[in-house]
Design a protein around this ligand. Structure first.
Ligand code: SAH
Length: 514
């Protein structure tokens, strides 16, 4: 049996982009992942499909697994010869108890590695536009925990030192004790006018900052109902925020946007939304699978015979992907496609074709399947007796086939993939959506709408609905939901632009890649 190992990995403060490359590797390698409340649940999508995922997180008082149990779990699994990745918010060794866990592992003779992460103590201020050190302000930085009970007889926090030593002070934990803590600091001689900032859920879509002074911040926090998790920054560097605030100026800042695409397809859309400041909730409602049984045989035959057709019709990026993956499993030469020409329903499908180095010969003006017969008529007049192959989803409307048949096309349809409702929820997204709601929900196909309804979910009135195009909007309307916005161009950038316009009530002029 190979020997196990435990990686103690810092998952950063929440923004997935702040995970280290080594951290990602450790997630990909893991047989077992033990993760915390604060680490971003979406990292779990990098795990091997059969990895065991164990939630050990804690919200202040409610401990999912007591610390002793976590240590034992890490030791036991590693001793079974497994690769165990223990994910912790921020850095594992900055108030993360990584040191204690490593001691237990060492005592038990289990190999371990520390993988440092970006600590919220640094990243929180940075995302609030506050440099923790700055030559004009300070040359010293203190990081302390406010978790300690300051009323206890022998506090290990030296309030005198915090009040009187120079430089920036950063406090983790203990926001709920701010009135006592700031009181103690002022009592020990701290300047009541000293600027203080609190950054909550720093670097995530829920990121929020409030500012005040040593004398006022506790009151501001109470008024604003500002709760954990938050980082507190004490020091004149807080003033830099007036000039350096950057993250909080983004167009979707603080807005939660639900992405219902398949897990595999969600990531690019989510990334772009996050870059605009959104709190993205990936809640896939559908999953794409290969055709089965008779469908599968017919599809395989059609792929082999594709070169015999005049035209190949693609009405979704999924169809392109499934077709060309099957195609290159059979042929080793791109030229095996022969003289077949290609029609793509829209830019997303054309972009996917391009990934396989296949150019598009025809695209309808409106990017819906039913517009394809007219596009043919406009360009070629008659297409009578032309042979066409349409590798498609199992579930499609009948407009395209009808239109082509009426035009005298000899059309073959085969099923390239099927869409089934996504029933797994490893990141707890469905629960979060039900409990906390969202500002926007996006639908990228009629099937995402159907998958959503199959999950037994409903859209609350306060959640605005954005649809990628007319077919998706129709599916929504048929099910009693009126979309609040429909993308002007039926692709992901169009959909994101529609969300931004809804959020800001003005046209969006940013640049997005498809
Ligand atoms: N090891 C972590 C700290 C763990 S202690 C790190 O290096 O960041 C937990 C405390 O960290 C919370 O109470 C809060 O003060 C802070 N914290 C962690 N993530 C945070 C975030 N995204 N935003 C604000 N504070 C955060």
């Amino acid at each position: 049996m190979s020997e196990g190992i435990c990686y103690l990995v810092g998952a950063g403060p929440g923004d997935p982009g702040l995970m280290t490359l080594r951290g990602k590797e450790c997630i990909e390698l893991a047989d077992v992942i033990v993760y915390d409340y604060l680490s971003n649940a979406e990292f779990l999508a990098w795990a091997k499909p059969d990895a065991e995922l164990i939630y050990a997180g804690k919200k202040s008082k409610d401990h999912a697994i007591p610390q002793g149990g976590i240590n034992q779990l890490l030791v036991d699994r590693a001793k079974e010869g497994k690769v165990v990745t223990r994910l912790k918010g921020g850095d594992p060794l900055v108030f993360g108890r990584g040191g204690e866990e490593a001691e237990e592992l060492r005592d038990a003779g289990v190999a371990f590695e520390f993988v440092p992460g970006i600590s919220s103590s640094i990243a929180g201020p940075a995302y609030a536009g506050i440099p923790v050190t700055h030559r004009d302000h300070c040359s010293q930085l203190t990081i302390f925990t406010g978790h300690e009970n300051p009323e206890k007889m022998e506090s290990s926090i030296d309030y005198d030192q915090i009040a009187n030593s120079p430089g920036t002070k950063v406090m983790l934990m203990g926001v709920e004790r701010l009135p006592i803590i700031t009181g103690k600091i002022i009592e020990a001689g701290g300047d009541p006018e000293l600027p203080v900032a609190l950054v909550r859920w720093a670097t995530t879509g829920q990121h929020r900052t409030i500012t005040g002074t040593l004398a006022t911040i506790a009151e501001v926090a109470e008024r604003e109902e500002f709760k954990a998790p938050a980082v507190a920054v004490f020091g004149t560097v807080v003033n830099c925020r007036k000039k350096l605030n950057w993250f909080e100026e983004r167009p979707l800042r603080g807005k939660r946007v639900v992405v219902t695409r398949t897990r595999k397809q969600a990531s690019r859309m989510s990334k772009q939304l996050r870059e605009l400041g959104a709190d993205v909730l990936e809640m896939p409602t559908i999953r794409i699978t290969r055709p089965e049984g008779k469908d599968s045989k017919e599809f395989a035959k059609a792929v082999v015979d594709a070169y015999t057709y005049d035209w190949l019709i693609f009405t979704s990026p999924n169809a392109v992907e499934h077709f060309f993956e099957a195609y290159y499993a059979v042929f080793e030469d791109a030229r095996a496609i022969g003289g077949a020409r290609i029609v793509a329903v829209g830019p997303g499908t054309a972009a996917k074709l391009k990934e396989f180095h296949v150019a598009t010969d025809l695209m309808p003006e409106t990017h819906v399947a039913d517009a394809i017969p007219e596009a043919f008529a406009k360009k070629f007049g008659s297409v009578e007796n032309m042979t066409m192959l349409w590798p498609r989803a199992k579930e499609v409307g009948d407009g395209l086939a009808k239109g082509l048949n009426e035009a005298g096309v000899i059309l073959d349809e085969v099923i390239a993939y099927q869409t089934i409702p996504e029933t797994e929820d490893p990141t707890g997204a469905v629960k979060r959506f039900q409990e906390e709601g969202a500002d926007f929900i996006t639908f990228t196909s009629a099937s995402t709408v159907e998958g959503f309804l199959d999950l037994g979910l409903s859209i609350p009135d306060e959640t605005a609905i954005a649809s990628i195009g007319p077919v998706t909007s129709r599916a929504l309307v048929e099910n009693g939901y009126d979309p609040d916005a429909e993308a002007k161009s039926s692709d992901i950038p169009g959909l994101i632009a529609a969300v931004v316009e809804l959020a800001n009530e003005e046209p969006f002029e940013g640049d997005l890649e498809d």
